[in-house]
Design a protein around this ligand. Sequence first.
Ligand SMILES: [Zn+2]
Length: 374
Amino acid sequence: MTHVFSAADIDDTAILDELKQWVMIETPSRDVAAVNRLADRVEASAKAAGLEVERREGTLGFGDILSVRSPKAEGTNLKSVLILAHLDTVHAVGVIGKELPLRQEGDKLFGPGVYDMKSGALMALEAMKLAVARGTKMPIELIFVPDEEMGSLSSRDFMEERAAEADFTLVVEPARDGGKIVVARKGVGVYDVVIKGRAAHAGARPQDGRSAIRAAARLVLELEALSDTERGITVTVGTIQGGTGRNTVPAECKLQVDVRLPDPETAKEVITRIEAMVPVDPDITFEITGQLNRPPFAQSEEGVRLFETAAGIASGLGIELEGVTTGGGSDGNFTAAMGVPTLDGLGADGAGAIRSTSIFSYRALRRARRFSPI
Ligand SMILES: [Zn+2]
C-alpha cells in the first residue's frame, strides 16, 4: 500500500521551529551530555507520537544511540525499512554564539549542523510519524547515532545488526546541490605513518644523520602517485610534522594520510601497496598503521532497482530524482557494503557544508512536503 501525502499534511512552520530548537542544542560528537540532551528531545517527540523507542547507553565516550520503531503491525512479516541519521555535528559548543549564529534569511536557515544533518534527521522523524499515523504496515526503524562525524565507532555494530534485518536502507545525510541524492560513495581509508631516522648535528656531524624528513618527502610523492582520477582513487597526505630544529638532522617525521577508494577490489589493491611501502635507506624505518574506516559503497544491481523505485515515486510527485556518486563517506557505506540496497543523501538540500557556514535551504522543506513514505 502506498500513501501519498500532500502539502496540507505537513506543518512546515512547526517543523522549522522544531529544527531551530534542535540546532540550538549544539552537539559536537565528543560532548556526551549535549548529544544526550538532543536525544532526550527526540525520544520524547517519538514517544509522544506513539512510536517505540529503544535507547542504548553510549560507549567509548559517545552519547546514547536511539532506535525509533513503528509499532508492530498485525499479520505482516515484511522486512523493515532502516533509516539512518546522526545527532552529532563537527561544530564545537559555543560557535552558535559567535561565528555561526542561527539565523534565517528568506527561505534559508544558517547554523551549526543545520545542513549536516539536523534537518534531514528531523524530516525523517516527521515523515515516519506521518506514515505511522496513516497506518503504514511497513515496519520502519529510524536510528539516531551520536558519533557519525567521528567514524561511528560506537554505533557501527548496532547499525549493521539492524541492517541485516532490513529490506533496504535510507540515509538522510544532506542532498547534493540541487537535491541530488547519493547512490554510491567511495570507501575511506585513514593511515598514520611514523618515519624514523637518526638525529645528528647538521654542522658538526651531518654524515651520522639519517633524515626522516627527506625519507618522508620521498614517501609523500610515492603515496600520492597512487592517486588515479580515472579509476576514482585519491591518496592525500593531509598533514606532515617533523624535525626538532633548523640545525638538526631530523630523527622523526609523521604523516596523516587520507585514502578514497571506489570499490572493494581497488581498495584491496591500493591498501596492499600502501602497507608494502618500505624506505630506500636501510637506516630509516616506516611504521604504517591504519585501516579502511568505511568500506566502499558501490552501487549494486539491487541499489539500481531501489533508485529506480524511488525515482518513479518522485516522478509522480513532480520531482526529477538524480543520483550521484560522492567521495565522502557516511553510515550508508556500512550497510551498502553488507549488500543491503542503500540510498543516501536523502536529507536537506542546501548550499554546502563549508567550514564557516552550514546552510539548510528552506526549499528542502517544500520538497519534503511532497514526499511519499511507503
Ligand atoms: Zn552527516
